[in-house]
Design a protein around this ligand. Structure first.
Ligand code: GLN
Length: 484
């Protein structure tokens, strides 16, 4: 029996390792309790779409067995992990938040999943998200929205809102999300947890259901920077199943967490500090002050292409999405519409009945920008702008080691507040999209809360493959902020 005084919300990866080693509880006991808590908390947050009891308990048993035999159970041994439902899990339903994939059972695991389990991590369930990861609030899920555990009448952010909520409510110690234009950082900021988008190619996309392939990333959520770094270390690295995964060696991220950031040059892009809600702006300004006190050299920089980033992103991502989503045709994977006489009716009805409004909007927009007459005017232009955004980053990184910026212009908004205004929703991504377009590592680290208690995250971005530098700054900041 697990000690009733144990607060699941206080657990960290290190703490679980110590507790398992001292036999305070077994992995099976911990996972049983986590599942129980996650299921009961789900009635108020709807963070999970389904749980995988059998798989979780079998994995926990393997960890207990290894401990019993004196073998090393791995760096994530016994840790309860929630996984966004766009990442494939063998024999465990993977819906992508879509009615179309309501009954889809994948025949294989994503590489990130295989690596997590090899490291001893325990997948307890699949988390709710915007349909095919399109959205900024998790309200586009076909299975109902997620509520922010910090403020139940508000959104948790999106599209990985379920994963952020699962960690914030304490039912999972770690979670995986996916980020195409901000879907890890923005919900992390809204829910008050750490969320990391690694360098494009750092983590294999094999088994991540594609939204916009040139922008899709898998990345971690955790309560602390240290835990997020541990999780990234377990899943990162070249995978021959994804030709875009990078050969770059993966350093030991724990070693980077020295707390020493003296002399680190930080750039604040002038273009990012306009149009911020005042409390968000004040909190980030205080965060920057803390970094200054830690010995960072802070200076203003300029990233002039920023204002075109949203327009470029919503052309590129819709173009790629329109192509990627063409595979859901009622022939493979999906539920098929039963009311059709001809083959083309079957395609049309399956897609018409299955996709939600946001997916349809993006398929139409993407098909339009790729069409013969408009390709040069829109798609090609957007790619050129993307190159300019990337150039802004390489120029900036000649001058500074890291960029600090807001994550979102405002804290968590109310459920229903923006759902009828897609453009207002798209503007939530204004500060996260640039890092995605450039493919640089970026993360959100909690930096305080508004007077109403709504969390606000601060974004840290570094050079390609310098996740270690990013973690060092975020960890030093987290310690200093916690100590206040
Ligand atoms: N909110 C952005 C969008 O709707 C980003 C989504 C994501 O990163 N998956 O496209």
């Amino acid at each position: 029996m697990i000690d009733p005084s144990l607060d699941l919300r206080s657990l960290s990866v290190d703490r679980i390792r110590q507790d398992l080693a001292s036999r305070r509880y077994s992995a099976v006991e911990l996972i049983t309790e986590s599942l129980r808590f996650a299921e009961s908390a789900n009635s108020w947050t709807n963070a999970y779409l389904h749980f995988c009891h059998y798989r979780a308990l079998a994995a926990a048993q393997r960890v207990d067995q290894k401990l019993h035999q004196g073998e090393d159970p791995g760096p994530l041994a016994g840790v309860p992990i929630a996984v966004k439902d766009v990442i494939l899990t063998r024999n465990v339903r993977t819906t992508c938040g879509s009615k179309l994939l309501e009954n889809y059972i994948p025949p294989y695991d994503a590489t990130a999943i295989t690596r997590l389990e090899q490291a001893g991590g325990i997948i307890i369930g699949k988390t709710n998200c915007d349909e095919f990861a399109m959205g900024s609030s998790t309200e586009n899920s076909a299975f109902g929205p997620v509520r922010n555990p910090v403020a139940l009448e508000r959104v948790p952010g999106g599209s990985s809102g379920g994963s952020a909520a699962a960690v914030a409510q304490g039912s999972a110690v770690l979670a995986l999300g996916s980020d195409t234009g901000g879907s890890i950082r923005q919900p992390a900021s809204f829910c008050g947890v750490a969320g990391v988008t690694p360098t494009y190619g750092r983590v294999s996309r094999y088994g991540l259901v594609a939204f916009a392939s040139s922008l899709d990333h898998i990345g971690p959520f955790a309560k602390s920077v240290r835990d997020a770094a541990l999780l990234l270390g377990a899943i990162a690295g070249r995978d021959e199943m994804d030709s875009t995964s990078a050969f770059a060696p993966v350093p030991d991220y724990q070693e980077a967490l020295t707390g020493d950031v003296k002399g680190v040059r930080i750039g604040l892009p002038r273009e990012y500090f306009k149009n911020l809600a005042s409390e968000t702006g004040d909190l980030i300004a205080r965060g920057v002050e803390t970094l200054g006190k830690l010995g960072c050299e802070v200076r203003e920089i300029s990233m002039p292409a920023t204002e075109y980033a949203i327009a470029s992103y919503y052309i590129i991502c819709t173009a790629e999405a329109s192509s990627n989503l063409a595979r859901y045709d009622g022939v493979r994977y999906t539920t098929r519409s039963s009311s059709s006489e001809t083959l083309s009716d079957m395609y049309r009805n399956t897609r018409g009945e299955g996709f939600g409004a946001e997916c349809k909007r993006r398929i139409m927009l993407g098909t339009y920008v790729l069409s013969a007459g408009y390709y040069d005017a829109y798609y090609l232009k957007a790619q050129k702008v993307r190159a300019l955004v990337a150039r802004d980053f390489s120029n900036a990184f000649q001058e500074v080691d890291a960029i600090v910026a807001p994550v979102s212009p405002f804290p968590a908004f109310k459920l229903g507040e923006k759902i009828d205004d897609p453009l207002a929703m798209y503007l939530s991504d204004i500060y996260t999209i640039t890092g995605s377009l450039a493919g640089v590592p970026c993360m959100s680290v909690p930096c305080g809360a508004t007077a109403a208690g709504l969390p606000v995250g601060m974004q840290i971005l570094t050079r390609h493959f310098d996740e270690a530098g990013m973690f060092r700054i975020a960890d030093a900041f987290e310690r200093a902020n916690g100590a206040k």
